[in-house]
Design a protein around this ligand. Structure first.
Ligand code: G6P
Length: 367
C-alpha cells in the first residue's frame, strides 16, 4: 500500500516525527527484553575473532558510521577505518585477515557502497550490512545482516533511517565489546538501558519543534552557516550541515569544534550563524572556549544543549534550543532531531521542495 503523509505537510516532517516509534521498533529486535542484553541475528562466524572494522557508506549513512567509529573504539577497543564509498573503492585499502567490513545504507542499493562491498567480499572480509531495505542487493550479499526497522523512507533527505542506523550500530558496538571481553554483563545492561531511553528522549527533543520553527526565520536569510560539534557529536555537525544544504540550499559546513581555528574562523562575522551542538559533559568547557572565539569576532551562536549547558553558556547566544539531559551514548540520536528540524523549517521558510530537492536522488544507483 502507498505510504501516506497523513496530517503532515511533507514526508520528511512525518519521518522526523516517526523517530521515537521506529527507533523503539528497531531496538526491540536488538535487545533481549528479559535481561537487557544485546540480541544479534544468528551468524556463522565468530565475532570475537574480529580484529578491525572497516566502515563504508555514503551521505547521511556515512555520518552514522562516523559516530559508530567512536563507539567501536571506545567500547570494543577495535580499530576502525572509515571512508566514503567512492573514495574507498579506488584507494587500494589494506584489508587484512580478521576484518569486518561494515556497510551502512538506507536503500541497500547505492552503487558506490555496493561496489565497495563486493570489493571487500572478494578480498575475504566478513561482510556486515546495516540496511533499511531487507530485500536489497546489499542485504542479499551480507554475512551479517542487521536491518533497521525505520519503515519506508520517502523524503530524499534521510532522517529516520539515520537514527535507526545509530541504534543498531550502538547495539553492535556493545555486542562486539562483550565478545572481545571488553565489557561485562553489568556494563552491557547499562548500555542497553541507555539505548532504551532513546525513544523518550527523542520525543522530548521533538517537543521543541515550534521553537525551532520560529528560529528558522533567523537561519533562512543566511548565505553560509557553520555547525560545530565534538566527539561523537561531531558527525552530527556534519549531518546538520548536509541537511541544510540538501533541502534549504544554504551553504553550510560542519566542523569539529576544535578545528574551527584552523580555517573556518576566517569566515566568522555577524552574517554567519554558528550552530553549536554541545551536550553538557567533560568536553563542554572546551566547546565554550570555541564559542568565545566565535563571539570575539562578532559571530552569532545558536547553542543546542541541555539545561545545564544552556545555563552555563546560553547567555549572549542568538538563540538556544534545549535538549533533554541524556547519557552521552544516545546524544547523537537525540541531537539529530534539532538539526533535522532546523533544516526542515528553514527549507519551509524558503519555500523549497523539501521532499524532492533539486538535483538529488533518494537512491544513487549510478556511480
Ligand atoms: C542519497 C540520499 C541521502 C543518502 C545517501 C546514501 O544521497 O539523498 O539521503 O544518505 O544517498 O544512501 P543510502 O541509501 O546508501 O543510505
Amino acid at each position: 500500500s502507498a505510504v501516506e503523509k497523513g496530517n503532515y505537510r511533507h514526508f520528511m516532517q512525518k519521518e522526523i516525527f516517526e523517530q521515537p516509534t521506529v527507533v523503539a521498533q528497531t531496538l526491540r529486535s536488538y535487545v533481549h527484553q528479559a535481561n537487557n542484553t544485546v540480541a544479534l541475528p544468528q551468524m556463522d562466524f565468530d565475532l570475537s575473532t574480529i580484529r578491525r572494522v572497516t566502515i563504508v557508506a555514503c551521505g547521511t549513512s556515512y555520518y552514522a558510521g562516523l559516530v559508530a567509529k567512536y563507539w567501536f573504539e571506545h567500547f570494543a577497543r577495535v580499530p576502525v577505518d572509515i571512508d566514503v564509498a567512492s573514495e574507498f573503492r579506488y584507494r587500494d585499502p589494506v584489508l587484512e585477515e580478521g576484518g569486518l567490513a561494515l556497510f551502512i545504507s538506507q536503500s541497500g542499493e547505492t552503487a558506490d557502497t555496493l561496489a565497495a562491498l563486493r570489493h571487500c567480499k572478494a578480498a575475504g572480509q566478513t561482510i556486515g550490512v546495516v540496511v533499511n531495505v531487507p530485500t536489497s542487493s546489499m542485504a542479499r550479499e551480507a554475512d551479517l545482516l542487521l536491518p533497521t526497522h525505520a519503515g519506508p523512507e520517502i523524503g530524499v533527505a534521510s532522517t529516520k533511517a539515520f537514527t535507526c542506523q545509530l541504534a543498531v550500530l550502538a547495539a553492535l558496538a556493545a555486542h562486539l565489546a562483550v565478545k572481545k571481553g571488553r565489557m561485562d554483563r553489568a556494563e552491557e545492561q547499562e548500555v542497553v538501558k541507555h539505548l532504551l531511553e532513546a525513544p523518550a528522549a527523542l520525543n522530548a527533543a521533538l517537543d521543541h519543534d515550534e521553537d525551532i520553527a520560529s528560529m528558522a526565520h533567523l537561519i533562512a536569510p543566511a548565505r553560509d552557516v557553520l555547525y560545530l560539534g565534538r566527539g561523537p557529536d561531531y558527525p552530527l555537525a556534519l549531518e546538520g550541515a548536509l541537511k541544510l544544504k540538501e533541502i534549504s540550499y544554504i551553504h553550510a559546513e560542519g566542523y569539529a569544534s576544535g578545528e574551527m581555528k584552523h580555517g573556518p574562523i576566517a569566515l566568522i562575522d555577524e552574517a554567519v550563524p554558528v550552530i553549536v551542538l554541545a551536550p553538557s559533559g567533560p568536553l563542554f568547557e572546551k566547546t565554550v572556549s570555541n564559542m568565545q572565539e566565535v563571539r570575539a569576532r562578532g559571530g552569532k551562536i545558536v547553542l543546542i544543549s541541555d539545561a545545564e549547558g544552556l545555563l552555563e553558556a546560553g547567555e549572549g547566544c542568538l538563540a538556544t534550543i534545549q535538549m533533554p539531559k541524556v547519557h552521552p551514548l544516545i546524544a547523537p540520536l537525540v541531537y539529530a532531531v534539532p538539526v533535522q528540524l532546523l533544516a526542515y523549517h528553514t527549507a519551509c521558510v524558503k519555500g523549497t521542495d523539501v521532499d524532492q530537492p533539486r538535483n538529488l536522488a533518494k537512491s544513487v544507483t549510478v556511480e
